[in-house]
Design a protein around this ligand. Structure first.
Ligand code: ATP
Ligand code: MG
Length: 414
């Protein structure tokens, strides 16, 4: 009986993995340049962590989380996102006593969503969190980091920026927004109607086409920011301008939870179709406290690796797999043994090489050399073993040049 994988949970096959290595290697490099250090937390956490850390009012916790009981003990969940676990670890290990910290993570996340292009049930995120700094330049620096990361991968994405205010300017606005939305209820989709009471800010983020003309007219927080939030937003923008990062202010971009304050941002790409966001982030100055830590401001983002891979693929960037420098072809039993030995020796020197352990016809072995993309082929048989000399065949030009087997490593490196 054939068993298929779980719907919405994908295999990344070897031919595609090189792209993932590139996304992750560039991330590690760019993050290290900015002082972000990696944290690895479990994929399973107490379900309670997400209820509090992501919010009961969110779709993620409300209907998308994989929750299970651990043999009559506490309720556990597969993590739907990375921030809550990172913050838990930050608090649990008392990392805050050392002052501001910049951490990053990468790994699988799980949400029971309706699988479609760019939306899966297991997907992968790369995320950054900066703890301990409330000042706006850390926002600008983090956004620029993400912008620079995407640029290094050759990705052009649009940065949309907004502010969601804070406890001094948001409540009055929310009350007005709720009243305004209630008045337009009939024109809004069922999802919006659901959210008006629970999470009115999220209504602004609705993507349903028929809601757009209505929501365009909704009252805007941007025009009613308190002094502190207005100054913060101005400084974030000034920082981005100083760093040469282009942005578009989008007054309807939101993060729908109470502990999110001020800066909210998203990078979107046309290459993605309707799931257009490749990464999203925001400031969460009250999250650490909400999860039981000392008051610690923070800002973070998460990027979807599947979506980034899609953009790279669309742009025609072929994943760069390491190809063998040489493929040993054996002519007889003595040659096969020599091939085994020589290949091991080259690999110890850091040179990638291959051989066909099945031996067999020359033609088949050469075909194999071609298929794996070897740069050169070397035929080994009794004669070559005896003389210590062989021919190095350039697989592209078909040109053959003599080479001493002991000098092979030097030749291939040169
Ligand atoms: P969306 O509006 O697309 O649902 P989101 O607001 O749920 O995104 P976040 O929770 O902020 O997304 O996650 C950050 C990034 O992770 C997204 O921008 C996206 O690239 C990626 N992402 C989120 N959910 C999925 C998913 N189900 N499958 C693949 N990637 C995802
Ligand atoms: Mg979502």
């Amino acid at each position: 009986m054939k068993i298929s994988g779980v719907k919405g949970m994908n295999d990344v096959l070897p031919a595609e993995v090189a792209r993932w290595h590139e996304m992750e290697a560039v991330a590690r490099d760019v993050f290290a340049l900015h002082g972000y250090r990696e944290v690895r937390t479990p994929v399973v956490e107490p379900a309670q962590l997400f209820a509090r850390g992501v919010g009961e009012a969110t779709d993620i916790v409300n209907k998308e989380m994989y929750v299970f009981e651990d043999k009559g003990e506490e309720l556990l969940a597969l993590r739907p996102e990375g921030t809550a676990g990172t913050v838990r670890a930050f608090i649990e290990h008392g990392a805050y006593v050392e002052g501001p910290q910049k951490w990053f993570y990468m790994g699988p996340m799980f949400r029971r969503e309706r699988p479609q292009k760019g939306r899966y049930r297991q997907f992968h995120q790369i995320g950054c969190e900066a703890f301990g700094v409330a000042e706006p330049f850390v926002d600008a620096e983090q956004i620029a980091l993400l912008d620079g990361y995407l640029a290094r991968l050759g990705v052009r994405a649009e940065l949309r920026l907004n502010t969601v205010g804070d406890a001094s300017c948001r409540p009055a606005y929310l009350a007005d927004l709720k009243a305004w939305l209630t008045g337009r209820k009939a024109e809004l989709c069922p999802d919006c109607n659901d959210r008006i009471e629970r999470n009115p800010l999220r209504v602004l983020d609705c993507k349903t086409p028929s809601c757009q003309p209505v929501l365009e007219q909704a009252p805007r927080l941007l025009e009613r920011l308190c002094e502190g939030c207005a100054a913060h937003f101005a400084q974030v923008k000034a920082g981005l301008e100083a760093l040469g990062v282009a942005y578009r202010v989008d007054p309807r971009l939101v993060r729908g939870l109470d502990y999110y304050v001020r800066t909210a941002y998203e990078f979107t790409s046309d290459a993605l179709g309707s799931q257009s966001a490749v990464a999203g982030g925001g400031r969460y100055d009250r999250l650490v406290e909400t999860l039981g830590g000392p008051p610690t401001p923070g800002i973070g983002f998460a990027l979807g690796e599947e979506r980034l891979a899609m953009i790279l693929e669309k742009a025609g960037r072929a994943p760069q797999e390491r190809r063998p420098a040489v493929f040993f072809i054996s002519a007889d039993a003595a040659g096969a043994l020599e091939a085994l030995r020589r290949a091991a020796a080259l690999r110890r020197e850091g040179i990638a090489c291959e051989l066909d352990p099945r031996g067999g016809k020359f033609k088949a072995q050469f075909k194999q050399a071609e298929r794996v993309g070897a740069r050169y082929a070397v035929v080994l048989g009794e004669n070559e073993v005896r003389s210590g000399e062989a021919k190095l065949k350039d697989m592209q030009s078909r040109e053959e040049t003599p080479v001493a087997l002991d000098a092979l490593a030097a030749r291939l490196r040169g």
